[in-house]
Design a protein around this ligand. Structure first.
Ligand code: FAD
Ligand code: N01
Length: 547
């Protein structure tokens, strides 16, 4: 008999959608508060992001000592990471270890995609339907469906004509892909392509990279995990995890509380060099105003461009790879292992498609920049319909049969990124309007899961049946998310944070940039006041509001 259930029970307290890091921790917490829960997962295994993104070179860009759970008893002390930034297979092993060690599998149903969920106002319950036609009734539904879980392939003409193999980084095959001797195209130059290129170029006969927008990337300085470094983290975990929870990005980094333009050009250069050598996303912590002040930002951007110019031998290629038309950090900053150096290889070519885009696929390859290219394989590193795409793929209907996609037509509307008014007893983990993708996601996931399960425990304790965000609370939150975003340089980039990578998607800043620490305080304050901004109901229809 499978260790995973294969059919849904007719009734549940909580249905969790997704078995990535969010879904796994949810199950653990929900059991502790005595609720019956089932996680349903579209994939054939747990791990979410790390189950799907198996492309060569895939690894985390937050150090593993930090990109790991802090909440499972014994786990952070026992688990040994082999590298500073662990690769996908190791992170997936970690997710599987968690599922095994904490006995989670018995409540995880694999190969099960939720297609619809409707709120029955009379019963105060959600009717959930799966792709296979199974139906269950749950008091609560928690969408642990991920921010980057709907891979996006552009609608190029001729997709069906192409006779070679195609791959998407976010949907990579489970069996090894051998590019030896092949001519490979990589479309895209985001984090996924930046990780994949050096590895694929080491194997393939030739790689052509099609770049629409160059990216700022910082060397990771990855390497084997030094034993004393891991031991130091383990000795100080209690304090450092707490620091991360109250930080801006959910990370413990060496910060510098100085403004970039307040110091001399020499001091600026010294600081950038220091942070460049520290490596990774912490480069943006070199000064305290890099995401707020255009001049400060430009000084950091120019430093990185100069690193690219120094690294890449061909000056024309270097200029093409050096981003110039958006501030550094306003698209997710990339972290690489020898990305720019790879363009010095004889078997790697860069094609700039900014002004002459890919026209379509042919039987042999593709046409771009007016030229026909032939390839044995095409890798789409073209990203995701981030933050809202996965939710929009589920037919979610709340009070009065309202569809979530209709309510969110002009952009997502949430209270605290956790709930949306008119959709009682439905929660999102790291939803739009929460810090999520701007943070070390482990910290944000744990905070959301803890907050939601605390609320469910509160409802259980007080005999409350439904909870819904009030409209004024939601309106205020949406406004606040927007105001805070526009105090930064982020809206200046055509990024997936802004919905800009998906044709027709509303352009607004999706995550909350107020910082995970400040955000946590707001969530905690709402809870401490008896859940300000939420309205509760009991079966006898008495409405209780804390607002
Ligand atoms: P996911 O891991 O996305 O899991 C969601 C699960 O829900 C998926 O398995 C999906 O199949 C399932 N699902 C979705 N819809 C349905 C449905 N309708 N029915 C059933 N199941 C469904 N973050 C960091 O902080 N640091 C990093 O270094 C980092 N590296 C990343 C690298 C890559 C390549 C990518 C793509 C993302 C990375 N992230 C990183 C972000 C990463 O997504 C999160 O850190 C984290 O893994 C998200 O966990 P999750 O459980 O919330 O979502
Ligand atoms: O996707 P992306 P990703 N024609 O959207 C290009 C996380 N992550 O999978 O910029 C030609 O960043 C597109 O061009 P443009 C991380 O949060 C983390 O790389 O839109 N090109 C862009 O270059 C990250 O931000 C890691 O002009 C087209 C690329 O495809 C997020 O996931 C690793 C195109 C897409 O880049 C997404 O990263 C991987 C078209 N029609 C992912 N359409 C870590 O390192 C799109 N592009 C931890």
């Amino acid at each position: 008999m499978s260790e995973h259930p294969t059919t849904l029970p007719p009734e549940l307290d909580v249905l969790v959608v997704g078995a990535g890091f969010s879904g796994l921790y949810l199950l653990h917490r929900l059991r502790k508060i005595g609720l019956t829960a089932r996680a349903v997962e579209a994939g054939s295994g747990v791990g979410g992001t790390w189950y799907w993104n198996r492309y060569p070179g895939a690894r985390c860009d937050v150090e593993s000592m930090q990109y790991s759970y802090s909440v499972f008893e014994g786990l952070e002390q026992d688990w040994e990471w082999s590298e500073l930034f662990s690769a996908q297979p190791e992170i997936l092993r970690y997710a599987n270890h968690v599922a095994n060690r904490y006995g989670l599998r018995r409540d995880i149903q694999l190969d099960t995609r939720v297609t619809a969920t409707r709120f029955d106002e009379t019963a105060g319950r959600w009717t959930v339907t799966t792709q296979a036609g199974e139906v269950t009734s749950a008091r609560f539904v928690v969408m642990a469906t991920g921010c980057l879980s709907t891979a996006r392939t552009p609608d190029f003409t001729g997709m069906d004509d192409y006779r070679g193999n195609t791959y998407h980084t976010g949907h990579w095959p489970h069996e090894p892909v051998d590019f030896s001797g092949q001519r490979v195209a990589i479309i895209g130059t985001g984090s996924s392509a930046i990780q994949a290129l050096p590895v694929i170029a080491g194997q393939a006969a030739h790689v052509t990279v099609f770049q629409r927008t160059p990216n700022y990337s910082i060397p990771s300085r990855n390497g084997p995990m030094p034993a004393d470094y891991a031991a130091d983290w383990k000795n100080h975990y209690a304090k450092r995890r707490q620091q991360a929870r109250h930080s801006r990005n959910g990370l413990v980094v060496k910060g510098n509380d100085a403004s970039a333009m307040a110091v001399s050009p020499e001091q600026r250069q010294t600081a950038y060099e220091e942070y460049w050598h520290l490596g990774g996303t912490q480069f943006m912590a070199a000064f305290n105003d890099l995401i707020f002040d255009a001049e400060a930002n430009e000084s950091a951007a120019e430093f990185v461009r100069n690193q690219i110019r120094t690294t890449v031998n061909d000056p024309t290629v270097a200029e093409l790879l050096a981003p110039k038309d958006y501030p550094i950090g306003t698209k997710r900053i990339c972290v690489d292992s020898h990305y720019f150096e790879t363009f010095n290889r004889d078997n790697v070519a860069l094609v700039d498609i900014r002004h002459r885009p890919i026209e379509g696929l042919t039987t042999e390859g593709l046409v771009a920049d007016g030229t026909d290219y032939a390839f044995d394989a095409i890798v789409f590193a073209t990203g995701f319909d981030a933050m809202t795409g996965t939710l929009a793929a589920i037919d979610i209907r709340g009070r009065a049969h309202q569809a979530l996609v209709d309510k969110w037509e002009a952009g997502p509307r949430t209270y605290l990124g956790l709930t949306s008014h008119g959709f009682p007893n439905l929660f999102m983990i790291t939803g739009p309007g929460s810090p999520s993708v701007l943070s070390n996601m482990m910290v944000s996931i744990e905070q959301h899961v803890d907050w939601v399960t605390d609320l469910l425990a509160h409802m259980k304790h007080h005999g409350l049946d439904t909870v819904d965000a009030t409209l004024p609370a939601e309106d205020d939150w949406v406004e606040h998310v927007n105001v805070v975003a526009h105090k930064t340089l982020y809206p200046r980039a055509a990024s997936w944070y802004m919905g800009a990578n998906i044709p027709g998607k509303p352009r607004l800043f999706l995550p909350y940039i107020g910082g995970v620490g400040a955000y946590r305080e707001r969530c905690d304050a709402a809870a401490a006041s008896g859940y300000e901004g939420f309205e509760f109901e009991t079966k006898n229809s008495q409405t209780q509001s804390a607002a």
